[in-house]
Design a protein around this ligand. Structure first.
Ligand code: PHE
Ligand code: ZN
Length: 887
């Protein structure tokens, strides 16, 4: 089962299925719920430090579950005030309270349970359950926060309609919201008022939400394809109300897109979105009442960068799309998390890609996957997209479950085509609307709707690790045949030593020496068809022969990143430069640029001669290419990150990697200074929020960042001028971030000007903290320590923690890995403090210390020592799991 928690001591009747904190929960132990819920009625008497919750719930035995008449409910961090069973007050000897829940040994077949609890929203710093943010009440219940509100079978396969009533002080809380539709409200004579909400759709408890406080609202509406009018409301503190237009427009685009692409309409008459400053994650898809990290709502050109604009649109889409993929069809248990997250990320990727540049979107997603997910797959926390076990579910909201999960969903579309994928989605909803299901059900819908055998896809769900796809080409000039020998392998990961072969679609093309594509004809086929096609790799080793190949071609492999694998082909640097210039597939032009840069940096690391001229010439040709859009040029010019380089080394020396990467950037900037300056100047005037302007700003700022590596008075002056004259946050931020790594007077001036300008905007001050924490100047750690005391920082606010501590720990490898161990010690100190307040956020930070085994011996020992120090301290289950798995 999905993790009923109780202390599990002697006398606990179902001991083998009962799990306490710090114990592992296994997928194989899943059992259907013993009790089903007919309906839930919640009554909140909201008070900042003592909120009383009365839950009245009708239970009924699940005919499909085993016998036994004990009721086990999840719950902790609450004060239990009373229990009534069918109206009768239960004396303490009739029930037992454990560390993780409540047990009532003998209950009838059907009954109503009324439980009163008292909770402390004000004192809840974990931001999980009912808490306060900016003086307002809000909730976060995924994955297991509902059990901090009342006793409940808190597992996603228990679904019920909810009715919620809340009373609160009317002056402080004019707005009272919950899921579904408002059904009644009224005033009380003691200055309090109340409201009642009803959600007609049965849902798991993790989708419950409540918001109460003093909030302003922007209102709009959307007319669905079938002609229903939906009211749309965005709530926020009053002083941000004029920064919600982009969010509202994004929401309407998402609603339209889901209708057009998947035939999915919104189902309630009201859709609400609330922005809060204190939030552990990006946003949450509570039914009809999405709650967002304010960072992913507020936008105006002055405060949000172009990247922020795109992410806001994407996350608004993501949460909205969950209404069908997550809410209407939900997860049977938390092992199935990728069923909703991988699918919904894939949907939001398609949304962005349809609205903007598909190639740029693909490149950015793959960049993220390679930098973060490949690293996770090679770490002690490696897990399949459907893990077989976990200790703390909060630790499995990972790039693997989300981003690799989305790649696996994309595989179905690659295999079945857009129409085939849509048929699979239609069948999935037809079969499972209103149900809590498993990843197998999704696979089966895709297969059945297309009469396809997709059984091998299952391995992507069960096996962790990044497969390596090795390709060798053999050309027979006499027979005009070209054979690709393909083999796949996958390193062992914690869940399995030996891996079964994956189903890998390999999209490819073959290029002639003049850069034109060849028509592709496999041996046995009557004629050639197309210049790009997808081979299916299913075995450990396979060969594919193309005929009518008049000359030895250069293969363009894994086009559009057709599978989440590491490609291994003996490309020469000239091949990369050639593909950068001629490949029809824009993604592979980028991939070739990355490979060329990576090859150059690895050569430099090994102390070998590196052909910087070749890469500079290739970049210069790209810059001049009239057919390439500015954003693609920008993407190609951005070198693989230091962490990607580290992943490519057997044993990493982060200091050396940083040096080499900077050196390469300096040498490229020196060789291309004229072109970088002229491109920068040509694009200086890009303005507005259309795609073209955004693409131009992106390239302009990449040029600026190269130029700044030269650190001459002239470029510093240029950057400072850009900072002062910036008409939008994109340009202001790019200039500031660049200057932050230059030891010059302009750096100080820009930082204080920015601070003076933006001290009233919390999210913008997050950027100010982040640029300083990301600086490559030697005294960065000292600065970061001082910033901990700055009024713009707050250890209780996750955005600020991510901006300052997170940037330093996870995005500044050179200084985090300082050879004296100071970075490691600092991060461990912060994790210890944070863990007492907010274990989920602490557990994100501690991941920086996970990969000591991959480092050179000195740093390796220092990092391990900090993990040991943490392990010796008392830790939350969240941080404890990561520390114990890393040691
Ligand atoms: N389900 C949220 C999403 O869309 C993420 C989330 C998980 C938010 C847990 C809060 C807590 O992806
Ligand atoms: Zn999601």
């Amino acid at each position: 089962m999905s993790g009923h928690t109780c202390a599990g001591g002697s006398g606990c009747p179902q001991e083998e299925r009962v799990v306490s904190k710090n114990r592992t929960v296994y997928l194989k132990d899943y059992q259907p719920p013993q009790w089903l819920v007919d309906d839930v009625y919640l009554d909140f008497a909201l008070q900042p430090s003592a909120t009383e919750v009365i839950s009245t719930i009708r239970y009924r035995r699940n005919p499909l579950a085993e016998q036994g008449d004990a009721l086990l409910l999840d719950g902790h961090d609450m004060e239990l005030l009373s229990i009534r069973l069918d109206g009768e007050l239960l004396m303490p000897e009739r029930y037992r309270v454990h560390a993780g829940g409540l047990e009532i040994p003998a209950v009838p077949e059907r009954f109503t349970l009324e439980v009163t609890t008292r909770i402390d929203p004000q004192g809840n710093t974990s931001l999980d359950g009912l808490y306060r943010s900016g003086g307002n009440y809000c909730t976060q219940c995924e994955a297991q926060g509902f059990r901090k509100i009342t006793y409940y079978p808190d597992r996603p396969d228990v679904m019920a309609p909810f009715t919620v009533r809340m009373t609160a002080d009317a002056a402080d809380n004019p707005v009272l919201l919950s899921n579904g539709n408002p059904v009644a409200s009224g005033k009380l004579d003691d200055g309090r008022h109340w409201a009642e909400w009803q959600d007609p759709f049965a849902k798991p408890a993790y989708l419950f939400a409540l918001v109460a406080g003093n909030l302003a609202c922007v209102e709009d509406h959307f007319v669905t394809a079938s002609g229903r009018t939906i009211a749309l409301r965005i709530y926020t503190e009053a002083h941000h109300i004029d920064q919600c237009d982009h969010a509202m427009a994004s929401l309407k685009r998402a609603m339209r897109w889901d209708e057009e692409r998947f035939g999915l309409e919104y189902d309630l008459d009201l859709f609400m979105l609330v922005a809060v400053d204190d939030f552990n994650m990006g946003a949450m898809e509570n039914k009809g009442l999405n709650i967002f990290n304010s960072q992913l709502v507020f936008a105006s050109p002055e405060i949000a960068t172009d990247d922020d604009y795109i992410s806001i649109e994407a996350v608004i889409g993501h949460e909205y799309f969950h209404n069908w993929t997550g809410n209407r069809v939900t997860c049977r248990d938390w092992f199935q998390l990728s069923l909703k997250e991988g699918l919904t990320v894939f949907r939001d990727q398609c949304f962005t890609s349809d609205l903007h540049s598909a190639a740029v979107k693909r490149i950015e997603d793959v960049r993220l996957l390679r930098a973060l997910q490949f690293a996770e797959d090679a770490s002690p926390m490696a897990h399949p997209i459907r893990p077989a076990s976990y200790m703390e579910i909060n630790n499995f909201y990972t790039v693997t479950v989300y981003e690799k999960g989305a790649e696996i969903v994309r595989l179905y579309q690659t295999l079945l085509g857009i129409d085939g994928f849509r048929r699979g989605m239609d069948l999935y909803f037809q079969r499972h609307d209103g149900q809590a299901v498993a990843t197998e059900d999704f696979l089966a819908a895709m297969a059945d709707a297309n009469d396809a055998d997709l059984s091998q896809m299952q391995r992507w769900y069960d096996q962790a690790g990044t497969p390596r796809l090795s390709v060798r080409m053999e050309y027979d000039s006499a027979a005009h045949r070209c054979t690709l020998h393909v083999s796949q392998s996958c390193p062992s990961t914690p869940e399995a030593e030996v891996k079964q072969p994956f189903l890998i679609p390999l999209a490819l093309g073959l290029l002639r020496a003049d850069g034109t594509p060849l028509a592709l004809q496999l041996a046995g086929e009557a004629e050639g068809c197309g210049s790009s096609r997808t081979l299916l790799v299913t075995e450990a080793e396979q060969s594919f022969t193309f005929v009518n190949v008049p000359e030895a071609p250069v293969p363009s492999l894994l086009r559009d990143f057709s599978a989440p694998v590491i490609l291994d082909y003996p490309y020469r640097a000239e091949d990369d430069a050639f593909l950068m210039a001629y490949d029809e597939d824009p993604f592979n032009r980028w991939a070739a640029a990355q490979r060329l840069a990576m090859r150059t940096m690895l050569a430099m690391l090994a102390g070998e001669a590196a052909d910087v001229e070749l890469i500079a010439t290739a970049f210069s040709r790209l810059l001049a290419d009239p057919d390439l859009d500015a954003a693609l040029k920008a993407e190609a010019l951005m070198l693989p990150s230091e962490s990607e380089v580290a992943d490519a080394c057997a044993v990493a020396d982060p200091g050396h990697i940083h040096e080499v990467r900077e050196q390469l950037r300096v040498r490229i900037a020196t060789l291309l200074q004229g072109e970088l300056e002229s491109t920068h100047a040509e694009l200086a005037a890009a303005s507005g929020l259309d795609d073209l302007a955004m693409q131009q700003r992106k390239l302009k700022n990449v040029c600026l960042s190269y130029l700044l590596t030269l650190k001459t008075g002239r470029v510093i002056e240029l950057a400072y001028r850009c900072f002062l004259q910036a008409a939008c946050m994109t340009d202001q931020y790019a200039a500031l971030a660049g200057l932050a790594s230059c030891d010059c007077a302009e750096r100080k001036l820009a930082l204080s000007a920015f601070e003076a300008q933006w001290q009233g905007e919390a999210n913008v001050m997050g950027k100010w903290l982040a640029v300083q924490a990301g600086s490559s100047l030697p005294d960065t750690l000292e600065q970061v320590k001082q910033l901990l005391a700055h009024p713009a920082f707050d250890l209780r606010n996750p955005n600020k923690v991510r901006a300052l501590i997170g940037t330093f720990a996870l995005r500044n490898p050179a200084l985090f890995h300082a050879i004296d161990g100071s970075g490691y010690r600092f991060v461990a100190d912060q994790v210890l403090q944070l863990d007492r307040m907010n274990p989920q956020v602490a557990a994100r930070m501690v991941r920086a210390l996970m990969n000591w085994k991959r480092l050179e011996p000195v740093r390796s020992g220092l990092m391990r020592a900090q993990l040991q120090r943490l392990s010796d301290a008392g830790l939350s289950a969240d941080v404890g799991e990561i520390v114990s798995k890393s040691l």
